[in-house]
Write a protein that binds this ligand. Structure first.
Ligand SMILES: Nc1ncnc2c1ncn2[C@@H]1O[C@H](COP(=O)(O)OP(=O)(O)OP(=O)(O)O)[C@@H](O)[C@H]1O
Length: 296
């Protein structure tokens, strides 16, 4: 008998997740799964539930929520010999992981994807021993992203991050960062360092068009001291998909990266507040099997 666990965050996005649980249950039962539903009530519940799913040898875990719920869910896979296949129903405000895997952002279509026979083995990032699915950001601009309120996210979606970022850029100086990668070192002032596994960051699907979910690489961007003027040109590059070629951006790929600073600097991991610097980043190539839509 196949076993599936649904992990649902009722607070994600526009707080509509619970409406979709019944349809997910039905579609899984039709496929012969015995289904358990676990509703999160607080931080790290999704991780505990996913640990249980691994220990109970579930075949499938379905995460219903945003990138934060997904981040907590995948961290339940750490050190597990048995890792269930993952299904994703994106109900957050940004949903970078779903965007990167072409999982539909419409809940009804995403739920239908659970019948797909196609799976993809997807890289997971490591940050100080914990996993991440999309992106790590650090610097003053990243700090402002953690400060985006739930109300703003529900009201403005991706634009809430853009709005907060522009505000921060005008009011706060860059931090001194030291970025070490492979045999290289970059030192200087930067308002933002990003390490992404996926093309989509903060809902901008063209931020890192070269980042394939299974290429075993961290795609890194160091924003050099941005001002109002070059922010405009960087924004244009962002929309055109060639940010990595902008003269005020340092771009590289690596398997190991460390970032430190003499100043206290926090991070944003998969859209939620992360640990303070220093951080050590690594990669677990093709670590998790995710259900993705059939090829069209
Ligand atoms: N019942 C709950 N009430 C409030 N917060 C919760 C609850 N359950 C889990 N959480 C927390 O909510 C956080 C955010 O969830 P999630 O990312 O899914 O939604 P979101 O912030 O609306 O979406 P996005 O990350 O796409 O902006 C999770 O990191 C988790 O710790």
């Amino acid at each position: 008998m196949k076993k599936a666990m649904i992990i649902v965050n009722p607070s994600s996005g526009k707080e509509e997740s619970l409406q979709h649980v019944r349809s997910v249950e039905e579609i899984l039962r039709d496929q012969g799964y015995v289904v358990t539903v676990k509703e999160t009530a607080k931080e790290l519940d999704a991780t505990r539930f996913c640990v249980n799913a691994c220990e109970e040898a579930c075949d499938l875990v379905v995460s219903i929520g945003g990138d934060g719920t997904l981040h907590e869910t995948i961290n339940g896979f750490i050190d597990q010999d048995h890792r269930p296949r993952l299904g994703v129903i994106p109900l957050g405000t940004v949903n970078d992981f779903a965007r990167a895997l072409q999982i539909p952002l419409s809940p009804e279509l995403a739920i239908r994807t659970l019948t797909s026979a196609r799976v993809k083995n997807v890289d997971m990032g490591l940050l100080n021993g914990r996993m991440f699915a999309n992106v790590v950001a650090t610097g003053s601009l990243a700090e402002s992203l953690s400060a985006v309120s739930s109300d703003d996210k529900s009201m403005f979606g991706t634009f809430a991050y853009f709005k907060e970022g522009m505000k921060e850029l005008i009011s706060h100086p860059a931090h001194s960062l030291i970025v070490r990668y492979d045999d290289n070192i970059w030192e200087g002032k930067s308002p933002l360092f990003l390490a992404t596994l996926t093309n989509s960051v903060g809902g901008f699907e063209k931020l890192a068009p070269d980042a394939a979910v299974d290429d075993g690489l961290l795609h890194c961007f160091i924003f050099k001291n941005l001002n109002i003027l070059n922010t405009v040109t960087a924004s244009i590059s962002l929309f055109l998909g060639n940010l990595k070629d902008h003269s005020d951006i340092v771009y590289f790929t690596a398997k190991h990266v460390s970032v430190s600073s003499a100043e206290p600097v926090s991070t944003n991991v998969d859209g939620e507040e992360g640990p303070s610097l220093p951080i050590e980043l690594g990669i677990l190539p093709r670590h998790i099997e995710v259900i993705v839509p059939e090829e069209v």
